[in-house]
Design a protein around this ligand. Sequence first.
Ligand code: 5GP
Length: 194
Amino acid sequence: MESLKQNILTEGKVLSDSVIKVDAFLNHQVDPVFMQRIGKEFASRFAGSGITKILTLESSGITPAVMTGLALQAPVIFARKRKSLTLNEHLYSTEVYSYTKKEANDISISKDYVDSDDVVLIIDDILANGQAALGMIDLVEQAGATLEGIGVVIEKGFQEGGKMLRERGIRVESLATIASLADGHVTFQSKEAI
Ligand code: 5GP
């Protein structure tokens, strides 16, 4: 998605060879008009898939997920993060290691909102090593729902997540794939990863 790549180039801040800050439009300040375009792009890529629920992880996934849900006319569930989860029978829970915070969190969703009739699209902001995605896939599997695919706004193609998920046969759609953040520069993959 060209406009997204332009935003990453003009507003993104490369913090290291592996981390980019996109607080200006995605992770802190949100540009709703632009995010709506992102939602429409995901919706067009997954159109006709019979998606009944969008699943994301609080907090940075919520904006693109809601915009996708608006375009697909599907409810959006955001998994909640807690440091330690007291046993609750009415939740699907799993543990996710956070790339940015370097800590493990339990994430959970209520059993009320996803079940075996659902066809789920997972949406997230950034795909790095794929731990957040694996956690959400685990929740979908616990619910007995069908996973249609994963949409990420930005994929860091030099990290393992995208490859690992695609090798599992999961459809991953990235709106921009970063090939490298070396020397403070963003380089995109010339063709989006299939
Ligand atoms: P993963 O679980 O794929 O390793 O990491 C995914 C999560 O970590 C994303 O949802 C995002 O919040 C955070 N993350 C990973 N890499 C970056 C990055 O380079 N910049 C920012 N801002 N967040 C990142």
